[in-house]
Design a protein around this ligand. Sequence first.
Ligand code: 13P
Length: 277
Amino acid sequence: MIVSLRELLTDADRRGYAIGAFNCLSQENVMGAIRAAEDLRSPLILQLAEVQFPEAPLAMMAPLFLGAAERAKVPVCVHLDHGLSLETCIKAIRLGFTSVMLDASALPYEENLKATMEISRIAKAAGVDVEAELGHVGDCGVDTADVFTEVEQAVDFVSQTGIDALAVAIGNLHGHYIATPQLNIKRLNEIHEAVSLPLVLHGGSGTSVEDFKACLKGGICKINVATAIQLEATKQIQHYLATAEKPAYIPMKRVIEKASYEVICQHMELFESNNKA
Ligand code: 13P
């Protein structure tokens, strides 16, 4: 069944677990995610980021996500990840997404604040929840400067924008980490103490078990995972092609679904969202 982001995160916040938000670029990814959520009785967030639109166009993915969510036996939220403009967020809202993230985190504070206030006003009027980012979570190998979330700014940002979830920058990066990151858990705890809303960790792939557990205690209620799914699918496709007697397309689709399923199950268990639906 389809549910709102706020509803999912409120329960996660109350019970101290996090919900995996998995970036799905294909039907195989979505099918693996739904099967994982149903088998583990876990709530689920299906998401797609604007930078992924060239491979997975929003208008094509929306019916797939929504159809899968409606039929699921567990609560599923359909979320726009890293919308880069107001226009994209509005398109997602019109297509039926239950929540949107407008990512204006690369802009100066005042501009991020202004853009987030605007999407918040529009989304609320449409009954859609909003995630925003403060500080900036960069990409592995591209962004070297750590732009951490400032505690005082977070308090101001949350109270002025009325958002439902705040993505924090605490040493996390998107993509494939060369070395396991060391998250700044002290900063996370300070933010958690200062603002009373569910926090989001981006760049979940490759994070240590220890940091994940500290994140659950520090108010992180949504954890985004993308790279780990695609890496595992690639690994399993390579193995299949190297070992199958007569490699064929349909079994390969099943390999992708199975790889997605396995990675998602693993993360759901780590995030302790199993048996919470
Ligand atoms: P990873 O690809 O590092 O898991 O990050 C996913 C993410 O944060 C999507 O917003």
